[in-house]
Design a protein around this ligand. Sequence first.
Ligand SMILES: Cc1cc2nc3c(=O)[nH]c(=O)nc-3n(C[C@H](O)[C@H](O)[C@H](O)COP(=O)(O)OP(=O)(O)OC[C@H]3O[C@@H](n4cnc5c(N)ncnc54)[C@H](O)[C@@H]3O)c2cc1C
Length: 398
Amino acid sequence: MEKWREKYDVIIVGCGVAGLFTALHLPKEYQVLMICKSSLSDCNSMLAQGGISVCLGKEDNMLYFEDTLRAGQNACNPASVAVMIHESQAIIQELIDLGVNFDRNPDGSLHYTKEGAHSVARICHYQDITGKKMTEVLQDKVKKRRNITLFEYTTMIDLQIKANTCVGIVVRLQDGTLHTVQSSKTVLATGGIGGLYEHSTNFSNLTGDSLSLAKKYHIELADMACVQIHPTTFYTEEKGRRFLITESARGEGALLYNTDKERFVNELLPRDQVTQAIFAEMKKTCRPHVWLSFEKVSKEKIKTHFPNIYAHCLSKGYDLTQEMIPVVPAQHYFMGGIAVDLNGQTSMASLYAVGETSCNGVHGKNRLASNSLLESLVFAKRAAQQITSVQKKKERVI
Ligand SMILES: Cc1cc2nc3c(=O)[nH]c(=O)nc-3n(C[C@H](O)[C@H](O)[C@H](O)COP(=O)(O)OP(=O)(O)OC[C@H]3O[C@@H](n4cnc5c(N)ncnc54)[C@H](O)[C@@H]3O)c2cc1C
């Protein structure tokens, strides 16, 4: 095992897309430590199915802005939304340049899919495993960077604070030993809170650890009541993480039915409204789930656009091309988090937060589908740029 340094320029806690993208945008001469709680692949970023939104051009600017604000129930921070949309095309191009080969049309143009509450198809995707593809490409790049040290199975259990400034963290290694490690800047990228719920699509290791520490040290939090429930996860009596049936399934034509095979909701309404309709139907029919039918989606599309979902359902005894599948809502995403400005800065000096654990107000009360991967990357990059610009040479450790 690589030896710990006493001090790093930057410590990044969390190895999902937000942490990885931050690391890749820091100067190569910085000594960077990245840690994650369990294996590198146990992060929500690996699970994202639907894709990553992008603004289609000038004509889409206002429409995309309005879609995001409407889904967020007009509680979004307009400045954050504007930044995210403005920087979206550059982020997608950067991902392509890094090696993320999004699905394309026969003419070579990017294939966009549509999800609930988007007015137009504007979501880039790689089959139905967009998050896995993106995360693996970023992991690969990070592993090749000699200035980045990465430790798996290493848990941040505390922050080190001096005069309201974050000066490092305390970690617990897999063998149970505790270490303190100092940093000039610390970035919290610890993801969501699904591990605290009985039914969630999230990895169970994601338990909002940064939020507890923020509370402990009076670091500002925001929108803590804003938790998104995903309307359609595969219903099973088995314990564990719920398997998500992406929003784009409904975007591509999948329909919701009750036990009498009647439709009861417009499937393309925002998530919270679809969820409420499903809960109401479950209550009315006293059943633990409703049904999702792919009868309007061609068999070819099911197998090419949703191969992962098709395979999962098949493994559970349901053939999507032939029959309906049972679905139930589950905790999915946390819109709130550690309050940050447009550059990821928290209310504590030298402490930044990016990705799902942060809250810059992009999502308001309800995240628009496929905005979170984009938000994570846009603001991770900005945080890295901010750190670079404020990190005076004398503060550097090498
Ligand atoms: C099933 C599913 C499907 C989704 N589909 C989409 C989609 O199609 N489009 C979209 O935009 N978004 C989607 N999302 C949301 C999106 O995947 C996440 O919001 C995003 O990936 C969050 O990235 P992150 O880097 O903030 O967190 P994560 O990728 O979850 O990474 C968190 C990291 O923090 C580490 N960590 C946590 N606590 C500690 C600690 N105490 N010490 C050390 N390390 C710690 C973890 O080990 C992990 O490495 C989906 C989410 C789920 C669950």
